[in-house]
Design a protein around this ligand. Sequence first.
Ligand code: SF4
Ligand code: SF4
Length: 337
Amino acid sequence: MKDIRLGRTGIVVPQNTFGARPIQRVTKDEAVALLHRAYDGGMRFFDTARAYSDSEEKVGAAFSAMRDKVYISTKTTASDEKHFWDDLHTSLTLLKTDYIDIYQLHCVPECYGEEHELYQAMIKAKEQGKIRHIGITAHKIGVAEDIVRSGLYETLQFPFSYLASDREIKLARDCAANDIGFIAMKGLSGGLLTNADACMAFMRDFEVLPIWGIQKQEELSDWLRFFEEDISMTDEIRDFIRRDRESLLGEFCRGCGYCMPCTVGITINQCARMSLMLRRAPSHVWLSEHWQNEMMKIGSCVDCGICKTRCPYELDIPSLIRKNLADYREILAGKPV
Ligand code: SF4
Ligand code: SF4
């Protein structure tokens, strides 16, 4: 397994790490068992966030007794200094630690400069030893490019998978050239990519640290096996990626959920990509009574447009969900998937 040096943080860890957002959906005992097995299998870097409900508490329960053996990154969505400190102290308490390896401003709408109160708060927190490194996460490419140009942040977390555009690939290379650690989120593009070999082989060609979102033991097994059998790009995998990119590139929903909540309760992050999920995952799951009811809610969209203002990919959500509903209705009426 290749090691990655996260830019000027100097942190060096295997290029195979744990995204702790999905452990919100399992019990504390299950989460702790999953995290311990990840550590035993070779993972050393664990990424969570204040916004992921009880994820930090579970990470704290797993690693407080072995804090110096792992790197933990977490995030704050604070928009002012008071909430920054409230969040930081809550994270330290829940993680049962007195320092955070990388503290990240979460999903920023713009690059916060040196004079910004949140950046100043980061500097103070670092001086106090409460955080070791200053990181940031973004979903918009222009914002991410501004962050790299600013030179202020030690790490950048950004969506990165084998669906990346040339501009996104340049971003990853620019981070390496500027000694900024690149943490790759959404390496499976929100569940759309299902070939772990292809996803991992793609990452191997870059100086990026993928954080795989993991909820189940089977998912963890998929990633831990790369500690036993290392993988690199082959002609066969390259050909698979080329074909998959051709079938997916364009305007599609990554399932991130930043557009929610919807004014009328539509589950946008699944309904806006239903056509893809029906064709890329076992379709019976998405044709259940539950999902039929969820899809029919699209009919009540009032075109308020709030979701569009929140989507980092600037998708025309009302139009996209209606297209998905039309396709879904045809499939229910017998169109082959
Ligand atoms: S435009 Fe439609 S889908 Fe978007 S928030 Fe409003 S009601 Fe929900
Ligand atoms: S519509 Fe946009 S914000 Fe909403 S889940 Fe999809 S990609 Fe994310």
